[in-house]
Write a protein of this length. Structure first.
Length: 107
């Protein structure tokens, strides 16, 4: 198992008058309030949603069926309203399975 790198215990921010005790995992010599370059570098490499390509989809809620564009490959509904309506329809179908079956048979 890899050991997490530490930078010393009991270090204080070097900015005059600050006195903030630095985390042993903070590689900087200043606290988060007075510096942020190391934080920016760390977060810059994380999610790259801007580099994802757009996908054209059709809303999975049948009565809607609207087309929409998204960068999220897991997104199935065009809006939160359609997502919630689809959820409510699934709940109602689970509560009353005979009614849903009867409607199908009548068709």
């Amino acid at each position: 198992m890899l050991k997490t790198k530490t930078y010393g215990i009991g270090r204080i921010c070097v900015v005059e008058g600050c006195g903030t005790r630095l985390s042993a995992y903070n590689p900087s010599s200043v606290c988060a309030l007075h510096g942020g370059e190391w934080r920016d570098d760390f977060h810059r490499g994380s999610r790259k949603s801007s580099e994802r390509e757009e996908i054209a989809r059709r809303c999975a809620f049948d009565p809607c069926g609207r087309e929409f564009a998204t960068t999220n490959p897991a997104k199935k509904y065009c809006s939160d309203a359609c997502r919630m309506k689809a959820f409510q329809a699934r709940v109602m179908a689970a509560r009353h399975p005979n009614e849903a079956e009867g409607i199908r048979r009548a068709s």
